[in-house]
Design a protein around this ligand. Structure first.
Ligand code: FDP
Length: 389
């Protein structure tokens, strides 16, 4: 059975279940309670520990997460494979640069590497036996991993639903600019039956607010390959040691600085932004903002790289709405929500300007969302400006 995205838009949403995240104080939600916050011990805080060891420890300490850690084994392998592919893509013999000749559901030209990355991830996840439904930027509709491509949908043994952007920032890839993979994992709805009548309802497994994420991660393909993950209790950063072929813990319990002096947005759209945002950015430009600091602008134009720098150095990354595109450019389900989860778990904020991104329930798989995320005080300055307006 095939589903179209337009059909998805009218499917009633399944009852959302909640996860006990650690949202920042500004956004504490009483509804977040159904799942235990995972516990970590000294092993998980020790730099140099491999991702495999880290995940084994997490599974030992939190038996309910055992299947999730197996799933991340597949994702880790995919990230290593993609890191290699991206790196080798610059060689004349690789023939993986340029366009595929297809346009994806959002009307964007697909790069060859977009399609290859999507395939690598699907294949890496297929045999984990832990996934029921999968949604990706490069797929028109959610697909069932256990049946042939686009034959929807359910595998009743699947515990999780994965959403991902296989190669974010791919418009830059031919120039060797950093790109990345974004992954979000939701728990599968146990109530989901496999008979045809219920498949529509089960499809909505991919249509949940970010508050229902059990895990989020990104891989950044840059000077090194970085893997950053949250399981709902802090953010952990790993770096690929190519000599041993393992991700090793390089940044345990990442905390974003509470304020900074860097902003990262496509300034060519400035004239079309909302007035409150223009006002805040003007203050940052000339040092008359809330912090009194004069900001610098840093924009790669590839979300994973821009978010990674923002996490480590602080500041603001955003793709706001504007008069031409009121919902901005970034996709809620597999870009906005997973990255917001990571940002909040690192002590930052993620907002549309008027609403917490993690609370938005998508109507359709490829829905866009205006977004600003980063250091608590800087994002709060934007939220305050919208509230005043
Ligand atoms: P890309 O189209 O290259 O995949 O999500 C899309 C994205 O990149 C983000 O990674 C990036 O932040 C943004 O688009 C860049 O958009 P602009 O070129 O409009 O600045």
């Amino acid at each position: 059975m095939k589903f179209s995205v337009s059909a998805l838009a009218f499917i009633p949403l399944a009852t959302a279940f909640s996860v006990n995240h650690r949202p920042s104080a500004a956004f504490t939600k009483s509804a977040l309670s159904a799942h235990k916050t995972p516990v970590f011990d000294e092993v998980c805080e020790t730099t140099g520990v491999t991702l495999t060891r880290f995940m084994n420890e997490v599974a030992l300490l939190n038996p309910e997460l055992q299947e999730l850690t197996v799933l991340f084994g597949g994702i880790e392998t995919a990230c290593k494979a993609l890191s290699n592919l991206v790196k080798r893509s610059q060689l004349p013999s690789s023939d993986t640069l340029g366009y595929q000749g297809e346009v994806n559901i959002q009307g964007e030209d697909q790069k060859k590497l977009d399609v290859i990355s999507n395939d690598v991830l699907k294949r890496a996840l297929r045999f984990t036996g832990r996934l029921g439904v999968l949604a990706s930027e490069e797929e028109d509709d959610p697909v069932d991993l256990m049946t042939s491509e686009k034959e929807v949908l359910l595998d009743d043994t699947g515990k999780y639903v994965a959403v991902f952007d296989p190669l974010d920032g791919s418009s830059n890839v031919d120039a060797g600019i950093p790109t990345g993979t974004i992954i979000g994992i939701y728990e599968h709805d146990d109530e989901c039956a496999t008979d045809e009548a219920d498949q529509d309802a089960c499809l909505t497994n991919t249509l949940r607010s970010g508050d229902n994420l059990v895990a989020a991660a990104y891989c950044l393909y840059s000077s090194s390959c970085f893997f950053t993950i949250t399981l709902g209790n802090g953010v952990y950063g790993f770096t690929l040691d190519e000599q041993i072929g393992e991700f090793v813990l390089s940044n345990p319990d990442i905390k974003i600085p509470e304020e900074s002096s860097i902003y990262s947005m496509n300034e060519a759209n400035y004239n079309m932004w909302d007035e409150p945002l223009k006002k805040v950015v003007n203050g940052w430009r000339d040092g008359t903002g809330k912090s009194g600091k004069k900001f610098s602008s840093r924009y790669i134009g590839a979300m994973v790289g821009d978010v990674h720098r923002t996490l480590l150095y602080g500041g603001v990354f955003g793709y706001p709405g504007d008069t031409k595109n009121p919902n901005g450019k970034l996709r809620l389900l597999y870009e906005g929500a997973p990255m917001s989860f990571i940002m909040e778990q690192a002590g930052g904020l993620a907002s549309t300007g008027t609403k917490r991104v993690m609370e938005i329930v998508p109507d359709i798989v490829h829905q866009r969302v205006p977004i600003v995320m980063g250091s608590k005080n800087d994002i709060q300055e934007i939220i305050d400006a919208y509230a005043e307006a």
